[in-house]
Ligand binder design. Structure first.
Ligand code: DX5
Ligand code: ZN
Length: 210
């Protein structure tokens, strides 16, 4: 069973409620919410107020991906805004254990993301405390980039170490790359451009689940 989490970053921000309805109708279970601060990554996206507003009109799983310098300072606010899963970067400035504890204290699912250059070993001390590992298959910051196959051995290594953790893959996922990452052990897929550019969204979700 593969969870599909379309990334809102590729949606039309003038019609957020309609876009969330489209995601729901497609058969996807979650919505991936990319929060960027212009410091951890060289781009800005959206933040708390947008998440708070869309929470009122969607019952999708809110899969929040924090690409921010100091996630620990904002965990409580992102939890209260309506996140279901909160994922932060291992490469951020926050103390990793304290950030895990803060997410758990809010009763939310906890995830850690690693950038393409970060080895799996760095994750190992925390692995048994995580609900989700988000493996970046592009450099974080922008949608529409090409999938980096270098992530595949990392996915397989995480799966070997943690048979039950959710492994999500983010960046350049489409009907073809989804097969490669699932084969390596992923069971959650983030898709921005592939999903929102698809004429037939249900077929795109089907292709990624197949
Ligand atoms: C990139 C974001 C991704 C992005 C994926 O920093 O974390 O979630 O939206 O977009 P695609 O699927 O177009 O690569
Ligand atoms: Zn993301």
């Amino acid at each position: 069973m593969t969870i599909i989490s379309p990334s809102l970053l590729a949606a039309d921000f003038a019609f957020l409620k309609d876009e969330l309805d489209v995601v729901k109708a497609s058969g996807a279970e979650a919505i991936h919410l990319d929060v960027m601060d212009g410091i951890f990554v060289p781009n800005l996206s959206f933040g708390l107020s947008v998440i708070e507003s869309i929470r009122k009109v969607s019952d999708l799983i809110f899969d929040v991906h924090l690409m921010i310098k100091d996630p620990l300072s904002y965990i409580e606010q992102f939890a209260k805004a309506g996140s279901d899963m909160i994922t932060f970067h291992l490469e951020s400035d926050s103390v990793v254990q304290a950030t895990i504890d803060a997410i758990k204290a809010q009763g939310k699912k906890v995830g850690i993301s690693i950038k393409p250059a970060t080895p799996v070993e760095a994750l190992v001390p925390y692995l048994d405390q995580l609900d989700l590992v988000l493996v970046m298959s592009v450099e974080p910051g922008f949608g529409g980039q090409s999938f980096m196959p270098e992530c595949l051995p990392k996915i397989a290594a995480i799966r070997a170490l943690a048979p039950d953790v959710l492994i999500s893959v983010d960046g350049g996922i489409n009907g073809e790359t989804s097969k490669l990452v699932k084969q390596a052990g992923a069971n959650m897929l983030v898709a921005g451009s592939y999903f929102f550019k698809a004429e037939d969204k249900a077929a795109a979700v089907e292709a990624m689940k197949a």
